[in-house]
Design a binder for this molecule. Sequence first.
Ligand SMILES: C[S@@+](CC[C@H](N)C(=O)[O-])C[C@H]1O[C@@H](n2cnc3c(N)ncnc32)[C@H](O)[C@@H]1O
Length: 248
Amino acid sequence: MARSPMTGSLSVAVEEPQSQALVGSGPPVPHYLEQVYWWAYVHPNAVHVFERDWLVNAILFGNYGRLRDLALADLGSRVLGHTLQLACAYGNLTARLLQRLAPDAALDVVDILPIQLRNLASKLPVDKRLRLVHGDSAALACDDASYDQVLLFFLLHEQPLHVRSATLAQALRVVKPGGKVVIVDYHRPSRWHPMRSLMRLVFGKLEPYAIDLWQHEIADFIPAGVTPSSVSKCTYFGGLYQKLVLVR
Ligand SMILES: C[S@@+](CC[C@H](N)C(=O)[O-])C[C@H]1O[C@@H](n2cnc3c(N)ncnc32)[C@H](O)[C@@H]1O
């Protein structure tokens, strides 16, 4: 299958002989990652601390596997065509996605932090179908309608409003008509939810943009003039998590 046109000022840098090639000269680290999420993604020790399956699962109150599989289920048991994953994730989401990829399919993963792309490369086999791209989810260097499906796993709650809206607009721009944008992220839990107060505290202290997803529907962040043909939402774990599927 011909490669999707993720273009721009791209270059290929092979980090180590055994690792996946990183593509892209890439944008700088955005202010919100530097200021708010330095401890989780930017700091050189972040990967050593957070890249533990049990920790990723604990942060999601034991729901990691379920949410990962719900996201993957929407892409199909056999993932065909070109898939775009916006942002790396700790855990084995991408490895599981790669396992489902058809032999002639392709997967691009775009992240704004080379340290996260290198960490992802270290978790995956070298695979010609996979490309790791240093880029910005809010300004993708590829043509309209380049991908068959786009996956966003717990990315939007970490982005300030203008970046989140731009990311959604880009996801809907690069997916083909009829293609899916699959989003898994936080959602406002039910009033009685035992984790509600704890999560409010966590968001207040550590994740200041996440509360937006309690106060608004994700679809509210899609810029005017960008209209998916359908939007379907399911919530899980007492409403604390959601899966949203937008069809362009
Ligand atoms: C997907 S989110 C969080 C996922 C989840 N907490 C986990 O790791 O399981 C974290 C990633 O988003 C990336 N990221 C944040 N803003 C981005 C942007 N504008 N463009 C591309 N990647 C971005 C960060 O560099 C980080 O690797």
